[in-house]
Unconditional design. Structure first.
Length: 168
């Protein structure tokens, strides 16, 4: 009698184990197929932002004849800004991204060119932004500040303007 009860008990445990294993397999298949369908939805790929800036003497008191521009692409998923900066008439001491407007010096976001390192135009680079900097970038509240030995507060500046790149 005890032997029959144990066998019955073992059979019930085995049935439950098989049932639980089968349910887990079904859940995994359902999750996997839903994820694949989600990944394959058209238009699901992220469109990057095009970022531009005209960098000049406006809003600085330098009187410089230097000028430049910035062309960049920003991808939200990786929070990566890939940029090209062209400039002429200036040997920059610093090239910085600041938060704020052109007329008032703002908080430093990133130093794109460190002091003592000589760069020539064009300057290419990549920068990963934090969430605060991303928000400022996408609301057009970042500017590029190029300073020189003669104008340490900024010889030329340019507001970064973000445009959503709608790929067809």
């Amino acid at each position: 009698m005890l032997m029959k009860r144990l066998n019955k008990s073992n059979r019930n445990i085995l049935k439950r184990t098989i049932l639980i294993f089968g349910l887990l397999c079904c859940i995994i298949v359902i999750i996997h197929s839903c994820r694949r369908k989600f990944e394959e939805l058209p238009g699901e790929e992220e469109s990057p932002y095009d970022i531009t800036a005209q960098v000049n003497v406006n809003n600085t008191e330098s009187g410089s004849k230097a000028s430049g521009n910035l062309f960049a692409t920003y991808t939200k998923t990786s929070r990566t800004l890939i940029y090209d900066i062209n400039f002429k008439g200036i040997q920059p001491n610093h090239i910085n991204l600041n938060q704020g407007s052109l007329i008032q010096l703002g908080r430093l976001i990133a130093n794109l060119k460190k002091e003592g390192i000589k760069f020539s135009s064009p300057l290419h680079g990549k920068l990963v932004l934090n969430i605060r900097a991303e928000k400022a970038l996408l609301s057009n509240k970042l500017y590029l500040n190029m300073s020189s030995v003669k104008f340490p507060e900024g010889e030329i500046r340019g507001q970064l303007i973000a445009h959503k790149n709608h790929q067809d």
